[in-house]
Write a protein that binds this ligand. Structure first.
Ligand SMILES: C[S@@+](CC[C@H](N)C(=O)[O-])C[C@H]1O[C@@H](n2cnc3c(N)ncnc32)[C@H](O)[C@@H]1O
Length: 250
């Protein structure tokens, strides 16, 4: 085989270079910012699941980030948007230190992360109960099995149901067209707020300040931590990673 043929441009060869440049790095010395010294009866978490560097199709960011690529390739990854965290490190987050004796945990997960989510909720001291919400994103992604267009919020319980309870008529199915990558519909936190209006509540891995909730994470609007990319950190990246290659579809 000719040397040239061996260096054939594939989606992977492009992704590999892009991955090195765009992967977001956690700037903290410890993995996590400090958790509050407070107990909560309701915890809502959207963990930065690690997909092992897997490529995703993400049409929502094609204009901004995929300049230079032909239309048919949408190279993206959760790790290009924020630092991702492996399951064993997620388990190290001391959620039991902030959970009241009677506490509910609502945790976002995707189909591929379902088993990990149950394992994580249990590692944090909760018992898996049910799927509290199904988000129909109304747009499908390619999927290896079926075209995928849903994400899930699992409910876990520790002790008894926090009392008093509020609304009992919140629907499991939430049909809201997906927006930007990883942004979850406000209808879900709003539904949980109606279910438990009087409890102490915290959103973990939050990116918003939602009224009535404490929040924690790297990207809290009024105390954002500067997340960098590999490219920001490594100098002379062009020399290290080489020129960006462009796939051609003729
Ligand atoms: C899936 S996103 C949350 C999206 C959010 N629910 C929304 O609707 O916009 C995960 C979040 O966890 C944050 N994160 C990543 N690593 C973290 C860490 N080590 N400690 C705290 N937060 C982290 C990311 O920066 C990101 O904001």
């Amino acid at each position: 085989m000719l040397q040239e043929e061996k260096r054939e441009i594939t989606a992977y060869s492009i992704y590999h270079v892009e991955q090195k440049k765009r992967t977001k790095i956690n700037p903290l010395e410890d993995i996590y910012p400090e958790l509050p010294e407070k107990k909560y009866q309701v915890i809502y978490a959207d963990p930065p699941w690690d997909y092992g560097g897997k490529m995703q199709y993400d049409k929502s960011t094609i204009k901004e980030e995929n300049k230079g690529f032909e239309k048919k390739i949408f190279i993206s990854s959760a790790a290009f948007k924020y630092p991702t965290v492996k399951l064993n490190q997620l388990k190290e987050l001391d959620v039991s230190s902030i959970s009241a004796n009677d506490c509910l945990l609502f945790m976002w997960t995707t189909g591929p992360q379902m088993a990990n989510a149950i394992e994580l909720g249990e590692a944090w001291g909760f018992e898996y109960k049910t799927i509290a919400f199904v988000w129909d994103k109304m747009v499908h992604n390619p999927g290896r099995y079926t075209l995928s267009q849903t994400e899930f919020v699992l409910a876990f319980k520790k002790g008894r149901f926090p009392q008093p309870r509020g609304a009992r008529n919140i629907k499991q199915m939430v049909k809201v067209r997906r927006g930007k990558h990883s942004v979850k519909p406000i209808e879900i936190i709003d539904g949980i707020t109606k279910m438990f209006p009087e409890q102490q509540k915290i959103e973990l891995f939050a990116r918003n300040n939602y009224a009535g909730w404490d929040n924690w994470g790297l990207e809290i609007p009024d105390k954002k931590i500067a997340i960098k990319t590999t490219e920001d950190i490594v100098k002379n990246t062009k020399d290290i990673f080489g020129e960006q290659q462009v796939l051609k579809f003729d």
